[in-house]
Design a protein around this ligand. Structure first.
Ligand SMILES: [Zn+2]
Length: 153
């Protein structure tokens, strides 16, 4: 299937996340907090050949647009992703993701002793580094398993 064919299998309103790094689509869904119980129409295409990425995944979510912080976290696991906003079957916006320098208030720190886990009114803050993200407070680095540290809010 080509990029073009994928793009034309239409949804009416929602978001198409294209050029997701092959194998990361399910992590994208967990970043978005989607597990199927919301009743949203979700299509996931895994490991489609892509000129740019070798293999790519595509995630389509009906009736849902993404927040900037969700897009920021997606950029960490799928740096080449494009976010297409669909309204009335048209792509009204198409954005490449941008790796942020910091991710605030969205991820939880895996270090139990970190001040952000100590019932203090401290918002989590992670610096984006080559290996993943690093907690500003305690230095713990989260690498592959980012999606499992999303703060459920
Ligand atoms: Zn920490």
């Amino acid at each position: 299937m080509s990029d073009r064919e994928l793009r034309v299998s239409k949804i009416r309103n929602g978001t198409v996340i294209d050029h997701v790094t092959g194998g990361q689509a399910l992590n994208v869904l967990s970043i978005l907090g989607i597990d199927g119980s919301e009743g949203l129409g979700v299509s996931v295409v895994l490991n489609v050949p892509s000129d740019r990425l070798g293999l790519k995944d595509v995630v389509k979510v009906e009736d849902r647009e993404l927040s900037q912080s969700e897009v920021d976290v997606i950029s960490l696991i799928a740096p080449e992703a494009t976010i297409n906003i669909i309204r009335e079957f048209d792509v009204v916006e198409k954005n490449r993701v941008d790796r942020p320098e910091t991710v605030i208030g969205l991820l939880s720190c895996p270090n139990r002793n970190c001040i952000t886990n100590a019932n203090e009114p401290v918002e989590t803050k992670f610096d984006v580094v080559d290996e993943g993200v690093r907690c500003t407070y305690c230095g713990t680095i989260i690498r592959e398993e980012l999606a499992t540290h999303i703060d459920p809010e």
